[in-house]
Write a protein that binds this ligand. Structure first.
Ligand SMILES: [Cu+2]
Length: 285
């Protein structure tokens, strides 16, 4: 019964997809977007960053390669099952070598892998490191919350998941909303330096296709850029202890003016004190 319900829900979702897409396209420019995991979600979260767009395209390309390979192998099996069945071949062939076929089944997979590897490496280098970033944010994983620092602005703050009354007060999303989200301006290239204060964590924001391990004593670098205003949810996705599921990530991408306003306020609330220096090196070079 449960399976049946799931199938029906999935069908309903697929039927509603064109309307959802139209509704998405009809959003006025500058509208607030939200990206979070959806029930019965199909596919990846809509990308909001240049890296996300490229990875999305690469994912779709790979899907074609996988489909083509799968269908080819399936048809080949069907052909072999019928063509070489025992009843039609009372005296089985004793062929053990065929040079042409052996060259083909070595060369063709190699060519396919090279065709996959080239864009794959391009993407890896593209997302690895920010070239001329506009700003830097350092992210530190802790058991079990995140600490965000804006070294250029000399602000630092912790970000805890909202629970119980606190969550009800803001009518937030259970398991995802936090007290102090990461606030960033849209359209800016943000260098992100990720480390940990204790065990392994992982900074994961799917709509920006950012996933970086937070490792104590080591600084990992990546970058993100949000091309849409909105709220983008992520989670720690490296099992890090009993409250691993309770350290979500919220990124609020806002306009330049709204970001400046937030900075003014944040500089008062979250000013870095001398005894809480920047925890990670500002450059990984
Ligand atoms: Cu964690």
């Amino acid at each position: 019964m449960r399976l049946f319900n799931r199938a029906i829900s999935s069908l309903a979702y697929i039927a509603a997809l064109p309307f959802l897409l139209i509704a998405g396209l009809a959003l006025p420019a500058g509208a607030q977007e939200t990206r979070q995991p959806e029930p019965y979600q199909l596919g990846l979260q809509d990308p909001v960053s240049p890296v996300g767009v490229r990875i999305g395209e690469f994912h779709d390309f790979l899907l074609w390669v996988i489909f083509a390979t799968g269908i080819f192998v399936f048809l080949l099996l069907v052909y072999v099952c019928i063509r070489y069945r025992a009843s039609a071949n009372p005296n089985p062939s004793r062929t053990s070598h065929n040079t042409l076929i052996e060259i083909l089944w070595t060369a063709v997979p190699v060519i396919i892998l090279v065709v996959i590897a080239v864009p794959s490496f391009k993407n890896l280098y593209y997302l690895d490191r920010a070239v001329d970033p506009d700003m830097t944010i350092t992210v530190t994983g802790n058991q079990w919350y995140w600490n965000y620092q804006y070294p250029d602005e000399e602000i630092a703050f912790d970000s805890y998941m909202l629970e119980g009354e606190d969550l009800a007060k803001v009518n937030g999303i259970r398991m995802l909303d936090v007290d102090n989200p990461l606030v960033v301006p849209t359209g800016k290239k943000i260098q992100v330096l990720v480390t940990s204060n204790d065990v392994f964590h992982s900074f994961f924001v799917p709509s920006a296709v950012v996933q970086v391990y937070a490792v104590g004593g080591r600084t990992n670098e990546t970058w993100m850029q949000f091309d849409k205003e909105g709220t983008f949810y992520g989670q720690c996705n490296q099992i890090c202890g009993p409250r691993h599921a309770y350290m979500p990530i919220v990124v609020k991408a806002v306009s330049e003016e709204a970001y400046k306003e937030w900075l003014d306020e944040a500089k008062e609330r979250f000013a870095m004190s001398d005894d809480a220096p920047v925890r990670v090196a500002l450059s990984t070079n």
